[in-house]
Design a protein around this ligand. Sequence first.
Ligand code: GLY
Length: 412
Amino acid sequence: MTVSRRDFVKTSVLGAVAAGVGRPAALSAATEQASPASSPKRPVIICAHNGRASIEAAYDFLKGGGDTLDAAIRVVKGPEDDPNDDSVGLGGLPNEDGVVELDACCMHGPTRRAGSVGAVRNIKNVSLVSKAVMEHTGHVMLVGEGAERFAVAVGFPRENLLTEHSRKIWLLWKEFHSDRDWWGPGLADPRWRPPAPESKPQSELWQDRIEQLRQRAADLGIEPEFQLAAVRRVLFPPTGTIHCSALNEKGEISGVTTTSGLAFKLPGRCGDSPIIGAGCYTDQDVGSAGATGSGEENIKVAGAHTIVENMRHGMSPQEAGMDALKRIVRNYNNDMDRLHFVSMTYYILRKDGAYAGVSLWQGAEGRPHRFVVHDGTARFEPAVGLLKGEAQEWPPFPRIPEELKKDSEYLK
Ligand code: GLY
């Protein structure tokens, strides 16, 4: 599937989205209705798929007069507290040293303030720490040890964020590289296997490697129903994250993004999530946007800020998001060999209640990327894809059997 270069140069003209670039734009009713000048008819919250379990209570809080940033943080705190969500907070997949480092930022529309923390260790609720930076300091961003010390000073408990589940996946990742280092079973171990003969076709070599990894996952004690998902995390280190934007009936709007960042990253790496303007951006006059996916790519297009500015200049939420995605594609000159390794989803909420979720890749057949909306009723909606297909299509990965999808959110 190709996309003409002209499409990406003309970033301000978005009518071409449907012309062979991903599937036709299925505009949601909310996206097309209101203009930015009109008021929202009711509160609206939009977030990544992993906010589904916590959005109801946050919506009730918002409807009852709660602050928009506090409501958004109530959504993302759910995954931060959940040891089974390995992309955020407690249980997040660690850096290459096996240490969990978290990033977050927030923007409070009504008071036009922002806070951010990057590469924070030992503190679970970094969304709240970013809010504390906003409220208790004259700074916007703290990182590393200084951010951790600040968090402890204002009352956050230190805790070990590495769960057994995440530690085992990290160990599997270490051992995956073990024909070139000393991790994994040594020569004397009965589980040691010689390297596969290079004469085999690449796809067969990968199938062997995937099976060996699955076997090691079993040896490490990873539950059978999670072994293939663990292997997938090793081969395709995830960039899972949660963003949430919340709007109340008065038209006040705020946003927050929080993550454990790219799995197995270099220590100290900050992705887009703590970068105001990339992982999250909120302007009380216009709206709010946030991102999940390949942080490095999003930083280079200042995704969330670009989207909000696009809306300021008249684009609909979906058009604004598609334009940011096209800038990512343009940065790689439309080179699909590279773009297959990029994933990006934007969550966009305009001040009048119009919203959109857009994704660089549409997702697997029958399983599009999804986001969660609550405007009185909570629901998943499919994100509109710019490009057909899935990110990360190499190496070929076996389909995970339906019966193993016990924890379906993980395996998506
Ligand atoms: N978007 C999350 C990250 O790249 O860290």
